[in-house]
Design a binder for this molecule. Sequence first.
Ligand SMILES: [Zn+2]
Length: 456
Amino acid sequence: MNHDDILFGILGNAFHCPAPGEFEFLENALITINVEGEILGVAKPSEYNNSPIVEFLECQGRILRLTDQQYLIPGLVDLHCHAPQWPQMGKGLDLPLYNWLENYTFPLEARYQDLDFAQHVYRDLVQSTLSSGTTSAVYFSSIHLEPSKVLADLCLEKGQRAFIGKVCMDNPEHCPDYYRQSAQKSLYETEAFYQYVSGMVGNDGLVSPVVTPRFIPSCTEGLLKELGQFATENECYVQTHCSESDWTREYSCQKYGETDISIYERTGLLGRKTILAHSIFLTERDTQKIQEHGAIIAHCPLSNMYFANAALGTREILDRGLHCGLGSDVAASVTPSMLRSCFDAVSHSRVREEGTSARLASDVRGEPGTRISFLEAFWLATAGGGKALDKPIGLFQKGFWFDAVLVDGNIQDCDLKIWKALDEPSDILEKIITTAHRQNITKVWVKGKEVISKNR
Ligand SMILES: [Zn+2]
C-alpha cells in the first residue's frame, strides 16, 4: 500500500457482523481510508506493528487513536423513514392506521408546501438521524416537488447517504382533497425530482431518487402502471408499503382480487431495487415473487406492534435469504435510533415465539423457533441493509465505503456501562446494541467524511 493514498487511519477496537448471527471483534485494528472514502485496509496489530505506517500517519496528524472505552461500529441503515412525519413522532400511536393517517399524518404532510417549514423540519431531522448513527436513510418525502428537493439538498449538504422519494397518491377514495395530486402531476413531478437529484452538483451517488407510490389504497391502477414503467425504464429504486395491516390487505383483495405483491409485479413496480415496507401478510407465492425479483423487505418492528395486526416472519425471511433490513418507520416509532429498532426486532420475535395468552398451554401459545438474535438484528441494520441496497456498506472490509459510528462508553449519565473485568467482546457488542443511546455516539462518518463530531 502506498502511504500517500491514505487520507486517514483509525486505530482501535471495532465490531461488525459479516453474516447474520456472527460477529467479528477487530481488536486494536488499524483501519485506513482513502480520499474516495473507501476502506484501504483493516490490519491487525501483528500486521502493522513492524510497519512504519502508524508512525507515518502520526507524524502527519492523520490518525485517530480510540480509547479503550470507544468502539467503532458500521454506519446504521434505516430502510424506511417518513421525513415529513418528524414532528408527529410520539403522537397518536393509540389510533388504528386509517385514523392515524387521516387525523395526524395527512394534515401534517400537507403543510410542507411551505418551504420554510420544510427547511426547518428537514434540517432537524437529517441532523438527528445522522447524530443517531444513521448513515444511510431511505426517506418518503411529501407529495410536493420543491420540499422534496429541499430534503435532497440537506442530505447532500450534511453528508447523509439518502434514498428519497416524492410521494405519489391520486386516489380520491382514500386521499383527502387537500392532500392529493392527479396521476399526471404525480408522474410529472416524479420525473422532475429524478432529474433534479440526478443532476445535483457534487452528488456523486450519495443521494438517489426513489419512485414512491404511497401504498395500494392511495393510488389508482393507472398511476401505479405509469410509475412502474418509469422505474423500469430508468432502473430506479422504488419504495412503497406492502401488506402492512388487515385493512390494507383486505383493500387489495376486495378491489383487485389480488395481493399487494401481485399488483406491484403486474404494474412493473417489483424489482431488485424495490423496498417493501412491512410485508406482513405474505402468501407463499408472494414470498417466492419477492425472492425471484430480489426485492427488499424493510422490517419496522415497533410500527408493526402498533399498526400491523400481526408479526412479521423475520425468522423465515432470514432463513430463506431474502433481502431484508430494518426501518424506523418514523413517525410510527418514538425514536430514529436504529439500535432501538434492533432491540425492537428482537423483542417482536420473542413475543411471537412465546405467544401472549396465559390461558393457552405453553405448547400451543406461540410459534416455536421464530426468534431472532441481537446479532441477527444488528446484521439487518448494517451489512444486511447494505446488501439489500446493493451498496458496499455495513462492514469494515477493504473496498467498502467507510460509513462508521463511534460509540463511547465513557459518557457521564448514560446506560452503556462496560465492565472490562466482566464483559467479553460479545457482551460489549450486545450492550452497545441494547443500551447505547445518541449521547454515546460521538462521531459519525459517511464515505470517509466526518459528518458528526461531538466535542466532549
Ligand atoms: Zn411507512
